[in-house]
Design a protein around this ligand. Structure first.
Ligand code: NDP
Ligand code: GDR
Length: 346
């Protein structure tokens, strides 16, 4: 039985990946950091049925900022595959906590790689680094692919740039099987509530039911290439099953603005919105003329990534990548889930 270790197992991708690997028959070990309240809602169901119940899924306390915990867990579990998904993953928050973001996102990757090497597991253990389209930042080429130059635009992206290169460096210096998945934005009904897609579907569902009056957003002109997390975690696994380690872009090749996302989510709720104004003065009104969406400059970022669009040709050719979920299906699934949640909890 193969063993996998997932950092960030309580997050969106960690939950989808853990489920995917358990279904493949893996023994899955997850690292979670200590929190004052339970925060395992995304993975609790994995303990309930087989195979989770039979001990195939285990959690360990650890933190990306603490080498000793990472080393101990690696030594105890001796995994075949390590998926480094843990990160302070919010771009806007990284401007407020730049040093912590560097510690967990940049140094965290180094701590894991160095522990694998130090423990003499470099030949056995394959390593996946959760790299990101944010590396492209101020884009130098459209669409972005593996060879597009990076130009990070936030402390988060700069930290991830270090993690990207240290992964490449350990591959080249120590012959480790280590790869970067350069994943473009991917969402789901269990996306964190402060990322823009989930913020939109959650708020519009509540506005529809009358439990919230308005949604405040930042830059509505930002464009992203949005896919479904469920599709993307399969590619993380595939990257570790190849003959040689390489880096891959994973994206849909379709781009929409934040405004498009708002309009599509409203449509799924049978709300018709009319947008008026520009920049900080933009609003969207419902059929009755009431303002339901408003731009609030507090959500503008000190430096913005205006546009991202991925070219996943390499993954398509070498990994057989084909995203299963369309943009419309993604929005519908998120809206449906948030409507149910709003009905249940108000
Ligand atoms: P989430 O924010 O949902 O999850 C992040 C996970 O990391 C959580 O489990 C969180 O724990 C954990 N974590 C944060 N800091 C630490 C720390 N210091 N020590 C241990 N664990 C920590 O992110 P996603 O699931 O969306 O993303 C997974 C990874 O992929 C991240 O590295 C992200 O930067 C990257 N990425 C994401 C993309 C996306 O569109 N989703 C696109 C490209 C890359 P807790 O639950 O306690 O907060
Ligand atoms: P991003 O995702 O920064 O791309 O990082 P996010 O959903 O936070 O922002 C996308 C775009 O929407 C604009 N925006 C807003 N964003 C948020 N969060 N809240 C708002 O109210 C709002 N209004 C407009 C943003 O300015 C931005 O342009 C995500 C994270 O998952 C990263 O970890 C990952 O690396 C990248 O995706 C790929």
């Amino acid at each position: 039985m193969k063993k996998a270790l997932i950092t960030g197992v309580t997050g969106q991708d960690g939950a989808y990946l853990a489920e995917f690997l358990l279904n493949k028959g893996y023994q899955v070990h997850g690292i979670k950091r200590r929190t004052s309240l339970f925060n395992t809602a995304r993975i609790d169901h994995l303990f309930e049925g087989e195979p989770g119940k039979s001990g195939q899924f285990q959690l360990h306390h650890g933190d990306m900022t603490d080498s000793s915990s990472l080393t101990h867990i690696l030594q105890k579990t001796r995994p075949d595959e390590v998926y480094n998904l843990a990160a302070q993953s919010h771009v806007a928050v990284s401007f407020e906590e730049p040093e912590y973001t560097a510690n967990s996102d940049a140094m965290g990757a180094l701590r894991l790689l160095e522990a694998i090497r130090f423990l003499g597991m470099g030949e056995k253990t394959r390593f996946y680094q959760a790299s990101t389209s944010e590396l492209y930042g101020l884009v130098q080429e459209t669409p972005q692919r593996e060879t597009t130059p990076f130009y990070p635009r936030s402390p988060y992206a700069v930290a991830k740039l270090y993690a990207y290169w240290i992964t490449v460096n350990y591959r080249e210096a120590y012959d480790m099987y280590a790869c970067n998945g350069i994943l473009f934005n991917h969402e789901s009904p269990i996306r964190g509530e402060t990322f823009v897609t989930r913020k939109i579907t959650r708020a519009l569902a509540r506005i529809k039911l009358g439990t919230q009056s308005e949604l405040a957003l930042g830059n509505m002109d930002a464009k992203r290439d949005w896919g479904h997390a469920r599709d993307y975690v399969q590619m993380m696994w595939l990257m570790l099953q190849q003959d040689k380690p390489e880096d891959y872009v994973i994206a849909t090749g379709q781009q929409y603005s934040v405004r498009d996302f708002v309009a599509r989510a409203a449509e799924a709720l049978e709300m018709k919105l009319t947008f008026e104004g520009t920049g900080a003065d933009e609003v969207a009104r419902d059929e009755t003329g009431r303002v339901v969406v408003r731009v609030d400059p507090q959500y503008f970022r000190p430096a913005e990534v205006e546009t991202l669009l991925g070219d996943a040709s390499k993954a398509r050719e070498q990994l057989g990548w084909e995203p299963e979920t369309s943009f419309d299906q993604l929005v519908d699934e998120m809206v449906k889930s948030d409507l149910e949640e709003a009905r249940r909890y108000g």
